[in-house]
Design a protein around this ligand. Structure first.
Ligand code: BTN
Length: 245
């Protein structure tokens, strides 16, 4: 797959810019004024420090079950790209369903996939050279610079690695579906085998709670034997378990 880059210094959200794009178009920016995350969260990224990009993919002819697995393969691709830049003796770099990339349990990349007709926009934010985070997320976030102990990874290099991995995984997914990448996902699944809570919204009064059996072939997360289609998962620590006792 070949990609065409469109860059702006400042934009509202590259996912919004990508709505005007065609398959293969990639929208990047140094800064977003209204960066968006999953489940109506905001995505904040200091100007020029991180990778902010949205790539447009063709999903014409695929049923909605196949398309709902696309965000998972984007996560796999972004994780794979990040692995090129982590230091020797790498931290565990894993995926938290559907597609948060965690390094040593802290979020290093987030992905927001949005469908418009025959296209899916893969919006990707990777923390590259950011070393300070807002108080509310500081304990849960990291970046390549923090992992490497230096500020020196070029955002363009990370973008190149992400697009290369995305191109390869999209091709596999297009030809063979998520089944062909399912074992790759299982191998880097942060949730499988853990007791977790999944909230559909931030103030979900009835979060789902139970042992996670990983991700099924249709992309759903299996918790307490039942499929979950959307939500934000949280691994319970022993401190959390007291809360539920
Ligand atoms: C999440 O973890 O909630 C997803 C975050 C996705 C952020 C990226 S940055 C590029 C693209 N533009 C946006 O407004 N969001 C995505």
């Amino acid at each position: 797959m070949t990609f065409t880059l469109h860059h702006k210094a400042v934009t509202t959200s590259t996912n919004l810019d990508a709505r005007e794009g065609a398959p293969g178009d990639v929208f990047t920016a140094d800064e977003q004024t209204a960066g968006r995350g999953r489940l109506d969260h905001r995505w904040l990224s200091p100007p020029g420090k991180n990778l902010i990009m949205s790539a447009v993919f063709d999903v014409k002819g695929f049923d909605s079950e196949r398309i709902s697995t696309f965000p998972l393969i984007v996560g796999l691709a972004v994780r794979e790209a990040i692995m090129y830049f982590v230091p020797p003796n790498p931290p565990a770099v894993l995926l938290k369903w559907p597609n948060d990339v965690l390094a040593d349990g802290r979020k290093i990349a987030g992905i927001l996939c949005e469908r418009t007709g025959d296209r899916v926009i893969a919006g990707i934010g990777v923390n590259v050279n950011q070393t300070e985070f807002d108080k509310e997320i500081a304990a849960r976030a990291t970046s390549l610079a923090l992992l490497r102990g230096e500020d020196g990874v070029r955002v363009e290099s990370v973008r190149y690695a992400v697009l290369s991995a995305l191109s390869a995984h999209y091709e596999t997914w297009r030809l063979h579906g998520f089944a062909a990448l399912h074992s790759d996902y299982a191998a880097v699944d942060a949730l499988r085998g853990h007791t977790i809570t999944v909230r559909q919204t931030d103030d979900d009064a009835f979060p789902i709670h139970g042992l996670c059996d990983g991700v099924a072939l249709d992309g759903t997360l299996i918790v307490a034997g039942k499929p979950i289609f959307a939500g934000e998962a949280h691994i319970l620590t022993s401190g959390d378990i007291n809360t539920y006792a």
